[in-house]
Design a protein around this ligand. Structure first.
Ligand code: PMP
Length: 406
């Protein structure tokens, strides 16, 4: 059977992610891994989740919890999200919220809704690998978003036309970006809104790490700035905000959301109906109960733990990395982005590291839509103990120094 001949053209762009393939290797106990990028399971609010499942299944909601439910999502959960969004300057109603199965599904639906084959998506180099994976199925071209650059809006349109389509959206992770850990300053967010207005395109604001700030002053979300430009009228905004409970509560429940103008949400509801009808009813109920009872406490715990690990990692990099190696200083999130001296290759370094130093990280190339970034790598500190950081970064620093000397 020649399956390859049967696959649709969109399947050509579906490739195994380097990271997922790599994660399989990293379960070896002798490896110190900064590769994963997943939340620390020791922090999950297990008791609160167990209590919530028990309450839901033994209380008056038990039948509804196991039944089909509306595609828009569980109303009390959407109401909770509306209140949570208001705290960061996003004033909306439950009709502006769609519950998704993780924010990953939000990215898939937005790709499906906005991209025809050969249309252009603007992304930063590097960007979240999972977003490229989600959008790739809709066969787009990518053009580079370089914040604060003077490139005229017309140049984006011309390039998109040459590629056979139109520019549809700009995608970004403005808070504690995966992979760089960086935050987009306010001026860059305003620049992006100006660019999107000139091009008349949407902005996809991926806010998966929104709650994980450890220091520095909060910057308003792009959707909040967009609302301010339109007198608070969400129906006039162009930003689609994707939120998630994965990094605050637990990713395994698969609950995320999109906030945006109702015109878009109504269309997304149809996409959701066609794809999976709705996200798990019981998980939405459980998340609501957990969010209503322990959210703040949980987020404080997660922030304190990751903040400590970030500081230890930055200190260790300062101590052990040879001259010529640079890295970001994130104010939150889970990642530090390392730039090796020009000419060094992150993938080759990983291969050697797994043989000798036995330290793992993710080479940065996969995060670049154009295949550049060979001399970069991502380190995740979310699951790293003090001892792992000390030993792992010392060994990695030594390996890099040896390579540079060779
Ligand atoms: N966006 C970014 C930037 C992420 O890092 C992740 C998870 N790695 C997601 C979205 C998807 O997360 P989830 O589907 O669990 O909400």
């Amino acid at each position: 059977m020649e399956w390859d001949e049967l696959f649709a053209s969109r399947a050509m762009r579906m490739k195994a992610s380097e990271i997922r393939e790599l994660l399989k290797l990293l379960e070896r106990p002798d490896i110190i891994s900064f590769a994963g990028g997943i939340p620390d399971a020791a922090l999950f609010p297990k008791q609160a989740v167990a209590d919530a499942y028990s309450d839901v299944l033994t209380g008056p909601q038990s039948s509804a919890a196991l039944q089909y439910s509306i595609s828009e999502g569980y109303v009390p959960l959407r109401d909770w999200i509306v209140r949570d969004m208001a705290k960061i300057g996003i004033v909306c109603t439950a009709d502006n919220v769609l519950i998704t199965s993780g924010s990953q599904q939000a990215l898939d639906y937005l790709g499906k809704l906005l991209l025809s084959p050969r249309d252009t998506a603007l992304v930063t180099w590097p960007t979240y690998l999972g977003a490229l994976g989600a959008f790739n199925a809709y066969e787009p071209n990518y053009d580079r978003l370089t914040p604060l650059s003077n490139r005229p809006a017309e140049a984006y349109n011309e390039q998109a036309e040459q590629a056979g389509g139109a520019v549809k959206f700009a995608y970004c992770v403005p808070e504690f970006n995966n992979p760089t850990g960086e935050t987009m300053p306010r001026a860059e967010r305003e620049w992006l809104l100006d660019l999107a207005e000139s091009l008349d395109i949407a902005i996809i604001e991926d806010a998966a790490y929104q709650a994980l700030r450890y220091e520095g002053e909060a910057v308003p979300p792009i959707l909040a700035l967009d609302l301010a430009r339109h007198g608070g009228d969400i129906e006039s905004t162009r930003t689609l905000y994707c939120g998630s409970f994965s990094k605050t509560l637990a990713p395994g429940l698969r609950v995320g959301w999109i906030v945006g103008a109702q015109t878009v949400i109504r269309k997304l509801v149809l996409a959701k109906q066609a794809a999976d009808l709705h996200s798990s009813t019981i998980n939405q109920m459980v998340i609501t109960k957990v969010a209503e009872t322990v959210f703040e406490e949980q987020v404080s715990k997660v922030r304190a733990t990751y903040s400590h690990r970030r500081t230890r990692l930055l200190d260790a990099l300062g101590q052990y990395m040879p001259p010529g190696v640079q890295w970001t200083k994130p104010q939150g999130g889970m990642f530090v982005w390392v730039t090796l001296p020009e000419g060094m290759d992150g993938a080759a370094l990983l291969k050697r590291s797994l043989e000798t130093a036995k330290v793992a990280f993710v080479p940065g190339k996969a995060f670049h839509a154009d295949g550049s970034g060979a001399n970069t790598m991502r380190l995740s500190f979310s699951c790293a103990s003090d001892a792992m950081i000390e030993e792992g970064i010392a060994k990695l620093g030594q390996l890099i120094a040896d390579e540079l000397a060779a």
